[in-house]
Design a protein around this ligand. Structure first.
Ligand code: F6R
Length: 366
């Protein structure tokens, strides 16, 4: 049942090229250069006339929502807020019938997310679901939605659900950007060609497993780790830290790289591994200068860079290369090494990777 893998988590990490391809299927038509999503087309006026989009979710799905914020604002120029479902529902939030709420949930059963949806509906908002489990409570409770076709996710730590959620959000952002004219035709078509390459690029990236294992060996006994990223990759830093916490029980924090100097920099010494996403687009020089600040305080740097990078390679203690793509699509790639890293560290520490202590796959109580 684990398809020859030692754990469901590793199997699911390796299923991502297929999961992403399945999530494209019938929606992103590469040859025709169109995105076909009836769940959006049938409610296009709701999205295009929305005052704002509010994304509600918990945990990893909330991280996908944060990537969604960057995608929607960048590609479709629609204002977005991302909320923890548990905070949103108890805050007496301001919601009107001009708001579109997108609820993201792998299981479709998360109690807080479900309650947030009911609240939003009662205030007249249009609610769209992004779920993995077909026929789940959230899928049934929403006005419309799109499934992530990740297949069953058994490992408690979410992996392929996260990348397929980002895939769906990217397709929606592209679709809306095209519909409201925010994305020029050639930009839209370029995104389609680059998206089409992602599953193969993830496949390539999965081959770096041995390299990640070497890094895991060096840092597995760390007590604390920092994960840093900017822009589209800030949520990936949060997700990287969450994965490490969940399955290896090592304390880790994700931060936007520039926030480091507002506090966390005080933690840095020679025992602190810092995982930095430093791909070659968007804020590259800024991230390089963040890396230099860390280096001058003796922190250990493990950097994710774009293949062919030379600058970061000279400063970092370890680098992991990802294939080149558009900045907006990098989260689908930068996430992969962090998943593998958490997995290997947890295995080396003898932890129960698929069923970490205190965690449940679906959180049906608040
Ligand atoms: C992390 C993880 C949790 C879930 C969260 C929401 O690996 O699995 O943080 O992401 O409990 O679950 P869903 O997406 O089912 O609503």
């Amino acid at each position: 049942e684990k398809g020859g893998y030692d754990h469901f988590m590793l199997k699911e990490i390796h299923e991502q090229p297929k999961a992403i391809t399945d999530t494209f299927r019938g929606r992103m038509l590469h040859e025709e250069k169109i995105i076909k999503m009836s769940s959006i087309e049938n409610h296009l006026d709701k999205f295009l006339n929305a005052n704002r989009i509010i994304i509600v979710a918990c945990g990893t799905s909330w991280h996908a929502g944060l990537v969604g914020e960057y995608l929607f604002e960048d590609m479709a120029r629609i204002p977005v807020e991302v909320e923890y479902a548990s905070e949103f529902r108890y805050r007496n939030p301001i919601i009107t019938n001009k708001d579109v709420v997108i609820a993201i949930s792998q299981s479709g059963e998360t109690a807080d997310t479900l309650a947030a949806i009911k609240l939003a509906k009662s205030k007249g908002a249009f609610v769209y679901g992004v779920c993995n489990v077909v026929g789940s409570s959230i899928a049934r409770e929403t006005h419309s939605g799109a499934y992530t076709h990740a297949g069953p996710e058994i490992g408690v730590a979410s992996t392929k659900a996260f990348t397929t959620q980002i895939t769906v959000l990217t397709l929606i952002a592209m679709k809306l950007g095209e519909a409201n004219g925010s994305l020029a035709k050639h930009t839209f078509e370029n995104y389609i060609s680059k998206m089409q390459l992602i599953p193969r690029q993830v496949e390539e990236l999965l081959k770096i497993d041995d390299k990640v294992k070497e890094i895991a060996e060096v840092y597995k006994d760390a007590k604390n780790c920092l994960y840093l990223g900017r822009g589209f990759n800030f949520p990936v830093a949060l997700e990287g830290a969450l994965k490490l916490k969940e399955i290896s029980y090592i304390h880790a924090e994700g931060y936007p790289a520039a926030e480091m100097k507002h506090g966390p920099i005080a933690l840095i010494d020679e025992n602190m591994p810092i995982f930095v996403i430093a791909t070659n687009r968007g804020h590259y020089e800024k991230v390089v200068s963040n890396i230099q600040e860390i280096k001058s305080r003796a922190g250990k740097i493990i950097a994710i860079v774009t293949e062919g990078d030379t600058t970061v390679k000279e400063i970092a203690d370890h680098v992991i290369e990802i294939p080149d793509t558009e900045e907006a699509l990098t989260p689908l790639l930068t996430t992969i090494p962090f998943q593998l890293l958490s997995y290997h560290i947890a295995v080396m520490l003898g932890k129960n990777v698929d069923q970490p202590r205190n965690l449940a796959k679906s959180v049906t109580v608040e």
